[in-house]
Design a protein. Structure first.
Lengths: 225, 299
């Protein structure tokens, strides 16, 4: 589904990632961990084409991203849902429109999609907040809204960058449950997180593979997790 | 840009326009710039069309006419006039020759001497209006014959002063069109600046739109439609005010000479209606170019 083949990434003269190879198989669940600044966010960005590797190749859905033009990259992002740590909403739009944004930009008929939107907002528990503006939302609400937006087009892959970084433990568990549910629906999930407690909690719910970035390289985490 | 892309950019969907936040400053700047430019364009167009009419009139009316002036002692004026008319009627290429009446000559002098002028009190030469036919006459040969038979006759075929007048009118016409081009260029520059400001202010919005799978043409279209519509509205207001101004200008009159008659005539009134369409086209092209450039920079 998404495959990094001997990928390296450098910026400003420094090498952040080197010889990274990993394959996210359909329906798999991965955690990506490592210390702050190790390159977790960079690796996620390489997966959805926000960054171009300085060496090696990234393949998505059996196509080499190096050959993608801008339209193809836009199409790719409709198949990969991304949850950012800082969520990134359009503050002038109400929450319901922010969640529906992928539908809007892909030209879907909103009248036909309204039932799906309502169902999704119920799933993440934000029905009552449909008309709220993003600045009025709490951290947990923002994360759930970002997750809803990431999956509204029913993407094949969901990438989440520190989705529990700004929420309490109870909300972290709730978000984790939502991501596990998505995986059980057949979605490939990759979560970048340095929260080891969350990773341990997830391992009791789903068969998760844990990857760790250390010294610019990616490795499978050991049994200590 | 392909036809499909152009259609998407121009007509898009109503939802698409909501994703770009409203921007008060750039909206006002675009409306004002396009309105002011359209207002100026109306006057440049009026000047250009009026100059064109003037140049055409001078060129056609004066090219085939000449004036014969008889300056002679009072008791010989009638005889020399009759002799000159005879010669003119015999000259190949002369279609018509007519001596101006005292009333007509007085009317010609009225702007300087006022109405009710008695020509008998002034040593005014007799004027003969000469109109040539399609072939034209031999001016040098005619002058030679007149000098021999009508010593007081001087033939003025208007060449000396007609040419610079027509050139001046044509220059004014060109100046009008150049002004319109410059106005269009200035409008494009101002709208480009406004569009760039709007795009820079919305860099984060663009990033979010890309993140959720928006194509560049979709993002650019949202900005292009907004700026094109503003330019269209601004230009429409500008030409309405400009046409109002033109209507207030003095109507064409012989007394006013060149300084009057700068407005539009007949179907010429339809020309200004093109200005909002041109303004919108300029805004479309300027915003599209700015958006594509900016989107490439932001990637």
């Amino acid at each position: 589904m998404i495959e990094l083949d001997d990928v390296g990434y450098s910026y400003g003269g420094g090498e952040l990632l080197s010889n990274v190879s990993v394959k996210l198989a359909p329906g798999s669940f991965h955690f990506l961990t490592g210390p702050s600044g190790a390159g977790k966010t960079t690796l996620l960005k390489l997966c959805y084409g926000a960054l171009t590797p300085t060496s090696g190749a990234v393949r998505a859905f059996d196509a080499d991203m190096r050959g993608f033009d801008r339209d193809q990259m836009a199409m790719l992002r409709r198949r990969i849902g991304v949850v950012h740590q800082d969520c990134r909403f359009l503050d002038h739009l109400p929450l319901a429109d922010n969640i529906a944004l992928p539908l809007i930009v892909s030209g879907r008929d909103m009248a036909q999609e309204s039932a799906n939107l309502r169902e999704l907002m119920t799933w993440v528990g934000l029905t009552e907040r449909a008309d709220a503006r993003p600045p009025e939302l709490s951290g947990g609400e923002r994360q759930r809204a970002a997750l809803a937006r990431a999956v509204i087009l029913s993407p094949d892959v969901v990438l989440a960058d520190e989705p529990t970084g700004n929420v309490d433990w109870e909300m972290s568990m709730r978000l984790l449950t939502l991501l596990v549910e998505l995986n059980k629906m057949g979605k490939t999930v990759l979560i970048a997180s340095h929260d080891l407690a969350l990773i341990r909690a997830a391992k009791s719910q789903v068969q998760a593979r844990v990857l760790r970035i250390a010294n610019r390289r990616l490795q499978l985490a050991g049994a200590d997790l | 840009m392909s036809g499909g892309t152009l259609r998407n950019v121009l007509f898009g969907d109503a939802q698409a326009d909501r994703v770009v936040p409203p921007s008060g400053f750039t909206a006002r700047l675009t409306l004002f710039a396009s309105g002011a430019m359209a207002f100026l364009a109306v006057f440049a167009l009026a000047l250009s069309l009026a100059s064109g009419r003037l140049a055409d009139r001078w060129a056609s009316e004066l090219a085939r006419s000449a004036t014969l002036r008889i300056t002679a002692p009072e008791d010989q004026v009638a005889a020399q006039t009759a002799a000159a008319l005879t010669i003119l009627r015999q000259t190949p290429g002369v279609d018509r020759a007519r001596a101006l009446s005292a009333g007509e000559q007085a009317a010609l002098l009225a702007p300087w001497f006022g109405p009710g002028l008695d020509l008998a009190t002034l040593p005014v030469p007799q004027l003969i209006e000469v109109t040539e036919d399609e072939q034209g006459y031999d001016a040098a040969g005619l002058r030679l014959r007149l000098s021999a038979e009508v010593p007081g006759a001087v033939l003025d075929d208007h060449t000396r002063w007609r040419k610079p007048l027509v050139e001046a009118a044509n220059s004014l016409r060109r100046l009008g069109w150049i002004s319109i081009l410059l106005i269009g260029g200035a409008m494009a520059a101002m709208i480009s600046l406004a569009a760039n400001a709007a795009l820079a202010a919305n860099a984060q919005v663009i990033e979010v739109l890309r993140l959720v799978g928006a194509r560049d043409s979709y993002i650019a279209g949202a900005f292009v439609r907004r700026f094109t519509l503003r330019a269209l509205i601004g230009s429409a207001v500008g030409i309405a005010l400009g046409l109002g101004g033109v209507l207030l200008l003095p109507a064409a009159s012989d007394e006013g000479g060149f300084l009057t008659g700068l407005g539009f005539r007949g179907l010429g009134w339809l020309w200004p209606l093109l200005i909002p369409l041109l303004g919108a086209s300029v805004a479309f092209a300027a915003t599209w170019a700015a958006a594509r450039r900016r989107l490439t920079e932001l990637s």
